[in-house]
Design a protein around this ligand. Structure first.
Ligand code: NAD
Length: 358
């Protein structure tokens, strides 16, 4: 048996977590679930949205499947998702974007994977607020040393890109490509303008690529990449990006293959990996057995692949693909008309997927 922490989250989380657990169990993958809580529901009972027992469970098992968690606006509690990424140094964010027959989309032949660096860049959270003493001091220091002058009423966000941070995400992208039988890695940047951050990213990309002669390597400037993805997405395979471009392009690519309902994801580090859907906790649908469990189930497929349980992953992915292609036992969002009375609930869609694996 393989121990996996299952975090049921809040909002629609518990319903899709249960559907996913049942589907994974039906593959015969031999997962022993370590049930853990996080989010608003446990906050009300225990006074913290992320109990230590949950963190300890992830530490012990090294693998977690996590349903969405609400980040309430203006209450002061930080995003648990961000907290977990930092606590476990989950430096690689993996977002496969694949066309499935039956999912409405303008494109039909996409099978690409976004690998986003998760810890550096403008997203690192190193910020200086307009008008504060530290900010004014920083601006004065920079203005003394640079020909370019920053206005004194500016806010400043810092963009660190390091050799070590770039090297590990590049190695992750190439290792992933090799392990998954993929052919090409595309490194995305704006090195023509940001020479010392994105320029360094590109230089390290090229160095790492030399260690993987069996995988084709190319680079693209981020604005060109956006146009290319909209015009000929089928040309791309594994795309590796710094944090901010990765954030934006992973939503762009989710849009290419039919949106958040079918977009799985994972955040991976050396000591832990957390698998989760890209969408949030959709609180308005809580407890209604209505929403689509596909994104979390496909995150479960990613998890099985990560664990080396390839036959079980193939079996589950193919069952999901068949149910979606048939278009009968699917939730409201996958029907051509959202008010279609033949749409089934979360539980029933999972039942249909399980039935395909028998
Ligand atoms: P959301 O993804 O929860 O919902 C947006 C809309 O998308 C929903 O109203 C619904 O119409 C649709 N939707 C989402 N998931 C669906 C599903 N499985 N099936 C069918 N339709 C679905 O985004 P939001 O409303 O911006 O965020 C709600 C909360 O979730 C916020 O507190 C946000 O911070 C949090 N969030 C959490 C995560 C996470 O835990 N990883 C990710 C994103 C957002």
């Amino acid at each position: 048996m393989t121990n996996v922490t299952l975090i049921s989250g809040d909002g629609i989380g518990p319903e899709i977590a249960e559907a996913t657990r049942r589907c994974i169990d039906a593959t015969g993958a031999g997962i022993k679930w370590d049930l853990a809580e996080a989010g608003l529901d446990v906050m009300e009972r225990e006074g913290t949205p992320l109990p230590e027992a949950t963190v300890e469970s992830i530490r012990r098992n090294g693998i977690a499947l996590k349903a969405p968690i609400t980040t309430p606006v203006g209450t002061g509690f930080r995003s648990i998702n961000v907290h977990l990424r930092q606590a476990f140094d989950l430096y690689a964010c993996l977002r496969p974007c694949k066309s499935y027959k039956g999912v409405r989309s303008r494109y039909s032949d996409i099978d690409l994977v976004i690998v986003r660096e998760n810890t550096e860049d403008l997203y690192a959270g190193i910020e200086f607020e307009k008008g504060k003493d530290d900010t004014l001091e920083l601006i004065a220091w920079l203005n003394q040393r640079s020909k370019r002058q920053i206005k004194p009423d500016a806010g400043v966000s810092i963009k660190p890109i390091s050799v070590a941070g770039t090297k590990r995400i590049m190695r992750y992208a190439f290792d992933y490509a090799r392990k998954m039988g993929r052919k090409k890695v595309t490194s995305v940047h704006k090195a023509n303008i940001m020479k010392f951050s994105d320029g360094l990213w590109l230089e390290v990309s090229r160095q790492v690529a030399k260690d993987f002669p069996d995988i084709e390597f190319e680079d693209r400037i981020v604005d060109n990449m956006c146009m290319q993805l909209v015009q000929k997405p089928e040309l791309y395979d594994v795309i590796v990006l710094p944090n901010l471009y990765g954030d934006i392009l992973s939503d762009l690519c989710a849009g290419l293959v039919g949106g958040l309902g079918v977009a799985p994801g994972a955040n991976i580090g050396l000591k832990a990996a957390i698998f989760e859907a890209t969408h949030g906790s959709a609180p308005k649908y809580k407890g209604q057995n209505k929403v689509n469990p596909t994104a979390l189930i496909l995150s479960g497929v990613l998890m099985l692949r990560h664990l080396g349980k390839t036959p079980e992953a193939d079996k589950l992915e193919s069952a999901v693909a068949t149910v979606i292609a048939e278009g009968k036992n699917v939730t409201y969002d996958m029907k051509p008309n959202r008010d279609d009375p033949t749409a089934v609930g979360t539980r029933e869609m999972a039942d249909a997927i399980i039935a395909k694996m028998k």
